[in-house]
Design a protein around this ligand. Structure first.
Ligand code: ADP
Length: 226
């Protein structure tokens, strides 16, 4: 008759699970893993692949991936007061003023999904932001575990950014973003090195190789959480 016999496995083909089901396949897999506590800061130039790696880890550990760039792009798309203020800076490859991004991060880190940690991607982007973040994390008792710096040669960065075709990924803006990175963001690496919590990652490899490296570097040191 072509119909499945009663008593056959309920999930014959997991890809065909009803999307409204409370247990997605990912959740089923994650459920059996230790629940890690992770608070990470991802550093590196634009195009270094921070966002890709942050998304993979956030999914695996079920913690929020907090990308200031994504939050700002969404604010621009939604036409919120923050988006209206941030748009021209972003279009020109400049940093959005500190007071705006700091307020955004302060609010985001106090939401209820941050209890088992977070991955910050794109923040802090200068030393004043790093200093303020340190004070904020002290105040809310959420110390950062590690800062990871993704290293990628400049010619590769430019090629990657031109390839992804985001609105702010034209050649002029890319050049400016790299300059801003060298002037303002690179000193943040030294800031975390001096705090003794910096790990350098070779970002000029495949997504899978980097992901595997991150798991090896981070999971054995992590505390687990019930
Ligand atoms: P990329 O992936 O190229 O590094 P992001 O998506 O992180 O870029 O950020 C895009 C833009 O958003 C930046 O060029 C900048 O204008 C703004 N932005 C993001 N994070 C910050 C921050 N911490 N401080 C100031 N501006 C920021």
């Amino acid at each position: 008759m072509g119909k499945m016999a009663t008593g056959s496995p309920q999930i014959a083909n997991p890809a065909r699970l009803d999307p409204s089901t409370p247990w997605s396949l990912t959740q089923l897999l994650v459920k059996n893993q230790p629940r890690y506590m992770m608070r990470l800061i991802f550093l590196g130039p634009p195009g270094a692949g921070k966002g890709t790696q942050a998304a993979l880890l956030a999914e695996r550990w079920q913690i929020p991936h907090i990308s200031t760039g994504e939050i700002l792009r969404q604010a621009v798309a939604d036409g919120t007061p923050l988006g209206i203020k941030a748009k021209s800076y972003m279009d020109n490859g400049e940093l959005v003023p500190d007071r705006l991004v700091i307020a955004l991060i302060e609010e985001r880190l106090q939401q209820s999904d941050t209890k088992r940690g977070w991955i910050l991607d794109g923040f802090p982007r200068n030393v004043p932001q790093a200093t303020t973040l340190g004070e904020l994390l002290d105040a809310i008792s959420q110390p950062c575990d590690r800062a990871l710096n993704f290293e990628v040669p400049t010619d590769i960065l430019v090629a990657r950014m031109l390839g992804r075709g985001r609105q702010d990924d034209n050649e002029t803006t890319i050049r400016r973003r790299l300059e801003v990175y060298l002037e303002q963001t690179e000193p943040v690496i030294e800031f975390y090195r001096q705090h003794g919590c910096l790990t350098v990652i070779d970002g000029n490899r495949s997504v899978e190789d980097i992901h595997r490296d991150l798991l090896v570097a981070l999971e054995p040191q992590a505390t687990t959480h019930s």
